[in-house]
Design a protein around this ligand. Sequence first.
Ligand code: FAD
Length: 490
Amino acid sequence: RQPVAIIGAGIAGLATAARLAVAGHPVTVFEAGPTFGGKMHQFALPGGYRFDAGPSLFTLPQLVDDIFRLAHREPADYFRYERLDPITRYFFADGTRLTAWADAAKFAAEVEEKLGTPAADVTQFLARAGQVYDATAGTFLHKSLHKPGTYFSPETLKAVAALPQLGLLGTMHERHAKAFGRDPRLVQLFDRYATYNGSDPYQAPATLSMIPHLEHGIGAFYPEGGIYAIAASLHRLAEEFGAKFRYNEPVEEITVADKRVTGLRTVLDVYDFGRVVSNMDVVPTYRRLLPREPAPERTLSQPRSSSALIFYWGIAREFPELELHNIFFSEDYRREFDAIFQEKTVADDVTVYVNITSKKTPTDAPAGHENWFVMVNVPHDQGQDWAVLTQATRAAVLRKLHRGLGVDVEPLIVAEQTWTPPGIAADTSSFGGALYGSSSNNALAAFLRHPNFSGRLEGLYFCGGSVHPGGGIPLCLLSAKIVSSLINEE
Ligand code: FAD
């Protein structure tokens, strides 16, 4: 068991550290920031408000449990979570309100009652989403796509054979329009799942229509204490198995000799390591830490995913009509996505996501108040004037909430902080502040992400949202699983 260095303590770095430490590797994690979590950090605002800074929706919790089981520990001793029901409250631009219940049949009945689309259309669509997930996840998400073994397994052959019958040609939007064309509101509801990996439903392949299965088939969950609890539990496990964390120590160079990794140079020191795992975004890993090595330019130039503008608000009132997850839709969804992905700006009328953890963890806000995480999807940073866009988007958000709730929210804001794409880039080194690495806006995107290992430099590995299998908590956890297996198998 050789020592392993991990660059970055984001969720994928933490999961890799825990998995490798449990397997007996001496692990040191170098983190540029003052603590662990990366995008999954938490912070407080004056007045008694706690916020999860980044991710808010949690699916596939068993991927976290697996890591504790690997260590022969009881997952619930580290980390508890509940299945959400309802999952989301939707507010459409025409004033219609819809509740997404966890149970697919109950959700379908609600759709029939509120939108008029037959319940059977919804249950059939969700069942198909489950079939696509079952046919593809094992091959495309759980394994390296860059090892020949993946392609010759019986599971892969079965997956490939199943694809033609699953109606996966075309884009996500086309698939939804075909299924629910009579009701543009339902098309919009399902199109929104493209944003779960920062993509555009009008370009992303129909395969991504499987995403709602994660919520309605498997479940959406809320960790006790908020999303940050996921990072904290894995950090605790990694430390219990001997992983060392060095904070405020950015890595400046990955040292290399004879096509092998030899270690790291940080702002403080030089270290010898035969194995290095980068949890830093793959673009700056090459550009900043390996400036003399040839970079995989085609991979690094893949279009970025969207980013976000987030307003964290302490709200001096409670809103019983809101849940943990709430969506206020724009009137013209295509216009909104064209603004993001074609025009690289933010539309005047935007879809607003409001996440309120004090609904589940009352101590996250003072009594009678709520902590609102208010997010709008925006392009990644390409030098736009974010001061102007932030101000305009804040006004658009307030207009939308006023219309949806019938209440002027602005006077209720008693604490406020903002996170912008350049801020996300500066705080986590994510290229352009993209939330999910590269987007999935074409059918080949899955194959064009960087592998979990370097084909040129022995001893160099990659985990996290910018590499295979992609961004978001579950996929980051799977990247950690793949990297750990590659290292363990050596
Ligand atoms: P990051 O979290 O990006 O962490 C990388 C770490 O590496 C950072 O701590 C950074 O400081 C460190 N680092 C970088 N460079 C160096 C260096 N040179 N030396 C040392 N350390 C370095 N996902 C979901 O599943 N559900 C959601 O609801 C969701 N919503 C989101 C909302 C927002 C606002 C954001 C920002 C993200 C959201 N995501 C969501 C995406 C999810 O948060 C990310 O995919 C995931 O957290 C990324 O984890 P990571 O391990 O790749 O790295």
